[in-house]
Design a protein. Sequence first.
Length: 290
Amino acid sequence: MPPPPMIGVIGGSGVYQIEGLEGASWVKVSTPWGKPSDEILVGRLNGTPMAFLPRHGRGHVHTPTSVPYRANIDALKRLGCTDVVAVSAVGSLRPDYQPGDFVLVDQYIDRTFAREKSFFGPGCVGHVSLAHPTCPRLGAACLTAAKAAGIKTHASATYLAMEGPQFSTLAESRLYRSWGADVIGMTGMPEAKLAREAELCYASLAMITDFDCWHTDHGAVDVAQVIQTLTANANAARNLISELPALLPDHPTCPHGCDHALTYALMTAPDKRDPDLLAKLDAVAGRVLK
Ligand SMILES: CSC[C@H]1O[C@H](OP(=O)(O)O)[C@H](O)[C@@H]1O
Ligand SMILES: Nc1ncnc2[nH]cnc12
């Protein structure tokens, strides 16, 4: 029997709390990959178990580079999450995706270079498919929730993940546009890669806060502009999340295979596997290592 649905929400910049969780408490979760960004708020939303983790920690302590992505995903998996909705602030790289709009991210270009990107490594080599890096079923639920909450949401976007923390140069912004990227942010990767390795359904809902620096009618992005747009639209994000529980199926076997991503992924022969790494993979890959 597949586990019952539990939604993990990763809150991005400006989203450090969620309201309305019944019986909510902040819990400390230890992982073999270090400490998550913060304690995790666990409770129920309209009867469905939910776990909320602020990606940068309460008070925005972590940079996009220092976010402990592996610990965060491991902790959500360890708590029993089946589905993870990531909320992020992004800049728009196209004129028709405008500040205040939401987008459902379904593709990535990963330009980050200073982060741990895999749970696997020497002694347990694994290769998962990332052709479709997000879960279409969870994405569809997010779009339905956004519609119910009255939020303008674009159904598809390619997210350029940059290292940061500085924003892009004009030449970079133009280059990313020429590559076909639609939005830009600093945290979408390796989060999506790790969620896939952990066999979690993952969807990324991004709020557009600015036009980065390429748009001739708009000044270059700064933090004040990002915060202003985030604050103006924070309620929309909350309303959207509260619509989600009713939209998840009772028996969450993923028709797209997110929950079986590791079935053919492991390459290392059983007798060559590193016991220390296998122990660390207990939550993430326990299903295939039992
Ligand atoms: C505050 S602007 C840059 C900052 O905002 C985004 O954060 P998140 O993705 O966690 O919402 C962006 O990726 C940068 O980390
Ligand atoms: N223009 C931008 N570049 C990178 N990350 C962002 N987050 C919000 N706006 C951004």
